[in-house]
Design a protein around this ligand. Structure first.
Ligand code: SF4
Ligand code: SF4
Length: 195
């Protein structure tokens, strides 16, 4: 076979089959590189009902992708996906298991402001009864009390519950400034002796 014919055959064969690989979203089982690999760690998603606005995900975020915005009455917990490194630290740290890493990976948008580039949860904020400063989300305070009551030793449950209610509605500064007295620490030795 002459060289010219060989080249012609090669050129024609290039037109008889696809020259590109399928994009992963076009899943085709018979194509080696067209699959989303098992275990791929993609975009984090947040369950708005579970999130209590505790900020743990914000403190551990390796990409500084998570931000907390507090306004007068609302807390916004936001992940900006263009900064996300998909490290999953937020999923590990979340005490409410509100964050799950998914196998979704498409985050391209035409404009930075596009809402699909963000994962947003909004929560109601409590205001201090004394100074009026917003200090924590209502869901966070309610959940903290619930967890405390679940875990606490029955012997001290009543005292701790009463202490918790003494500061309910006060921001940390007003608690300190108003010298709220607790029974929890002063009675600690009594509990230990009685244990
Ligand atoms: S509950 Fe989870 S997702 Fe919500 S702020 Fe806390 S760590 Fe973040
Ligand atoms: S996956 Fe990592 S970088 Fe992305 S939001 Fe969570 S902690 Fe931040």
């Amino acid at each position: 076979m002459s060289t010219e014919i060989k080249i012609l055959k090669q050129v024609l064969s290039n037109y008889s089959k696809p020259m590109t690989l399928n994009y992963p979203s076009a899943v085709s089982p018979d194509r080696k590189y067209s699959q989303i690999p098992a275990g791929l760690r993609g975009i984090p998603e947040r369950d708005n009902d579970k999130c209590i606005g505790c900020r743990a995900c914000y403190f551990v975020c390796s990409g500084r992708a998570t931000s907390i915005y507090d306004s007068d009455a609302k807390r916004k917990v936001e992940i900006f996906l263009f900064r996300c490194t998909f490290c999953a630290h937020c999923q590990e740290a979340c005490p409410e298991e509100a964050i799950k890493m998914t196998d979704k990976f498409e985050i391209a948008v035409a404009k930075r402001e596009d809402p699909s580039a963000r994962v947003v949860t909004e929560l109601d904020l409590l205001k201090c009864k004394i100074c009026g400063t917003p200090y924590a989300s209502k869901k966070f305070v309610d959940r903290a009390y619930e967890r405390l009551m679940e875990k606490i030793d029955q012997k001290v449950k009543e005292t701790v519950s009463s202490d918790f209610k003494k500061v309910d509605g006060y921001c940390p500064d007003c608690r300190r400034a108003n010298g709220v007295g607790f029974d929890t620490h002063t009675k600690k030795h009594v509990w230990l002796e009685g244990a």
